[in-house]
Design a binder for this molecule. Structure first.
Ligand SMILES: Cc1cc2nc3c(=O)[nH]c(=O)nc-3n(C[C@H](O)[C@H](O)[C@H](O)COP(=O)(O)O)c2cc1C
Length: 283
């Protein structure tokens, strides 16, 4: 990797040295110099911080880097995006154009990853038949588990352990009824898009990287007029079902750490919501 400085452009402001956390850029006799380029994790900070465009870095796509438009950074707009986003579980039949999904996944590239690993991958499913098949598969598993708790030793177990009070168990009767009566999909909410977010299995911060990307997606999608919902249930099922992982093309050595559904909301929320106060200890 080649990292160099254009001496004629550099004003020796040392921002690259102050900002570089990997130890590539250092102060050598009062001048900013790239000392050990192999340490670079390609975070782009040196280029992003340099006010003189004095840095040449052949490990980065320079054409992707542009000036920051501070006028667009509105805290009020951002706050409204965060607090007005809801988990959407009722979607219009309308499919989401591929360009829109691409645009959303493109923004998620800018979410932070530990050590700038950029190791998050996506599986975007728009095949409605496949989405429905997956939903039926997960619902079937859940239903079978629930049925076990209704009789014999299963019933004894949930009564003895107090599991019978569990919210999810208590609602299962209704979920089964609704599914039988009108085919309501309580698993993937009849969504037109399913997104699996994966990273190297067991790699430190793999789950964090995926879930930060997922959070970026849900907020940007909301700003674009789309609705999303995390499907933690499917993340769990994928952990245990190799068959489902294969069917959905999850690459070997990688694990799905977040699942989202996405589509155009069937209706809008007129109001924001109530939440617990932030639990903060001030020291
Ligand atoms: C990690 C995670 C897993 C979730 N799993 C599911 C799920 O399997 N099915 C579902 O309908 N909603 C799921 N949700 C959505 C939550 O129920 C929802 O975020 C919460 O009730 C708050 O509502 P809001 O997102 O509209 O603010 C999940 C949310 C998170 C953060």
């Amino acid at each position: 990797m080649r990292i160099e400085k254009c001496e004629d452009k550099c004003n020796e402001c040392m921002l690259c040295v102050r900002d570089c956390v990997t130890g590539v850029w250092r102060n050598v006799g009062g001048k900013a110099q790239p000392v050990d380029v192999d340490l670079c994790n390609r975070c782009s900070h040196c280029i992003a911080v340099c006010p003189c465009n004095a840095i040449i870095h052949d490990g980065l796509k320079k054409e992707e880097i542009s000036g920051v438009n501070r006028k667009n950074l509105s805290p009020d707009v951002y706050r409204d995006i965060i607090i007005s986003r809801r988990s959407i579980r009722q979607f219009k039949k309308e499919p989401v154009p591929r360009e829109i999904i691409e645009r959303i996944l493109d923004v998620a590239r800018y979410a932070p990853t530990a050590s700038n690993d950029q190791n998050v991958g996506y599986i975007a499913v728009t095949d409605k038949d496949l989405i429905e098949k997956v939903a039926r598969n997960i619902f079937g598993r859940l239903s079978r588990l629930y049925d076990i708790t209704k009789k014999g030793i299963g019933k004894l177990f949930v009564n003895h352990t107090g599991l019978f009070k569990n919210r999810y168990l208590r609602v299962m009767n209704y979920v089964q009824e609704q599914n039988a009566q009108n085919g309501r999909d309580f698993i993937l909410h009849d969504a037109p898009v399913l997104i699996l977010i994966h990273a190297p299995r067991g790699k430190p911060f793999a789950s964090d990287n995926c879930n930060i990307a997922a959070t970026t997606i849900i907020n940007y999608a909301h700003a674009l007029g789309l609705g999303t919902c995390f499907i933690g249930l499917m993340t769990i099922v994928l952990k245990f079902s190799e068959k489902l992982r294969k069917e959905l093309g999850v690459p070997k050595g990688r694990r799905v750490y977040a699942v989202l559904v996405m589509g155009y909301p069937a209706y809008r929320y007129a109001n924001t919501v109530s939440r617990k106060k932030a639990d903060v200890q001030w020291l």
